[in-house]
Ligand binder design. Structure first.
Ligand SMILES: [Zn+2]
Ligand SMILES: [Zn+2]
Length: 401
């Protein structure tokens, strides 16, 4: 049974989002100029709260992070949809030359989370205007610590309302403004970091027989890991294993006691992620043991795979088509190998993430996310706001009661 409230017209949501464009730009630039890292984003939180102040929302402030959970209650009861925006920046210098560039050395909003935050606050404003035609609740999740701090997991562990669906937008500097990249199933990769310490027995370089030289053992492990990925991981469900550092030794005539190997793994399914975690440990330990050495393995678990629910993703495509026209839908042929902790939210409920085109006009080779020169076309933000609002109102309007 559907509710007897007619959802707001999508054209109205789009017009309303465009009418607050100056607000979106202002908030985004203020957040951009003062980037914060990790789970503690107090200045950003203060800016968000000030922006939401005149709206009638239930606000819950988290304590283990600067997370904010703001809930908009519609005129009638119904389902609950979560919209998410992340708030943190990256520890890197900014080289855009923009007038509102980072005022803090070594920090930059290079992943567009400043825009994500501004768009989510804008969606709260646009949707608040539509309260009378909304049945159900919309939960706005302002989440710090996306960049390797697992902020979504921290917020879920601290306590979030039960939800029936979830939606998030990430900006994509490679995609033109007006296009929304979408894909069902695996959308972004998982990641796990590893460190292997190959422990042998050091000594004189001229008498290796009196030692257990960890250097050739470490080399063997590095190469065997490459063979492992190509021979044991299915080509149809791929994984990536990259060794990024090998450290050992001090001089020419000393065999070191140990070698340090570090790297990262990516996968596009839970199955391949598990295969890679198992294989890395088996191969490193096995090769070390064969040569009478030991491999001490330390895995730092990263984020799970971002999986877009097929039905929710198809619903999202329809909303994009109705809101912006069929040409706005950009089906992505492959997943993105980067990782995103929205995956933790999608482990709790069905939902989807999309890529919002923000390519600056007349840019032939736009700098990607995580580049010190990354820029975005702020006009795209109104489209993001309208998309958040349209997904929310359409999802709640289709609610079974
Ligand atoms: Zn990022
Ligand atoms: Zn990001």
């Amino acid at each position: 049974m559907s509710t007897d409230l007619a959802p707001p017209a999508l054209a109205d949501l789009l017009a309303s989002a465009k009418s607050i464009q100056p607000r979106l730009v202002d908030l985004r630039r203020r957040i951009h100029a003062e980037p914060e890292l990790g789970l503690d984003n107090p200045q950003t939180r203060a800016k968000i709260l000030a922006e939401l102040e005149d709206l009638d929302l239930d606000i819950q402030l988290h304590e283990k992070s600067s997370g904010i959970v703001a809930t908009l209650k519609g005129a009638r009861p119904g389902r609950r949809l979560l919209l998410r925006g992340d708030t943190d920046a990256l520890p890197m210098p900014e080289e855009t030359g923009l007038e509102f560039s980072s005022k803090i050395d070594g920090r930059m909003h290079a992943c567009g989370h400043d825009a994500h935050t501004s768009m989510l606050a804008g969606a709260a404003r646009v949707l608040s205007e539509q309260r009378d035609s909304i049945a159900g609740e919309i939960v706005f999740m302002f989440q710090p610590g996306e960049e390797a701090y697992g902020g979504a997991d921290t917020m879920l562990a601290e306590g979030m309302p039960e939800i029936d669906g979830a939606f998030a937008i990430h900006v994509a500097p490679q995609i033109p403004v007006g296009k929304i990249g979408t894909k069902p199933g695996s959308f972004m990769a998982s990641y796990d970091d590893f460190e292997i310490r190959v422990v042998g027995r050091g000594g004189h370089a001229s008498m290796p027989h009196d030692c257990i030289d960890p250097v050739p053992i470490a080399c063997e492990i590095v190469l065997a890991l490459q063979s492992f990925v190509t021979r044991e991981i299915p080509a149809t469900d791929p994984g990536v294993l990259t060794v990024t550092q090998v450290h050992a030794g001090t001089t020419n005539n000393v065999i070191p006691d140990s070698v340090q190997i570090t790297g990262t793994m990516r996968a596009l399914s839970d199955r391949t992620r598990a295969l890679m975690l198992e294989g890395l440990q088996r191969i490193a330990a096995g090769i070390a043991a064969t040569h009478r050495a030991e491999a001490l393995i330390d895995i730092t678990p990263g984020y799970p795979v971002v999986v877009n629910d097929a039905e929710f993703e198809s619903f999202t495509r329809n909303v994009i088509t109705d809101l912006l026209g069929p040409a706005a839908v950009l089906p992505l042929p492959t997943p993105v190998m980067g990782a995103e902790d929205f995956s933790y939210v999608l482990q709790r409920t069905k939902g989807a993430m999309v890529m919002l085109g923000v390519r600056p006009p007349e840019t032939k080779r736009p700098a990607p996310c995580h580049s010190s020169k990354m820029m975005l076309d702020e006009d795209a933000m109104a489209l993001g706001v309208a998309l958040h609002a349209a997904v929310a109102t359409q999802f709640l309007a289709e609610s079974p009661s």
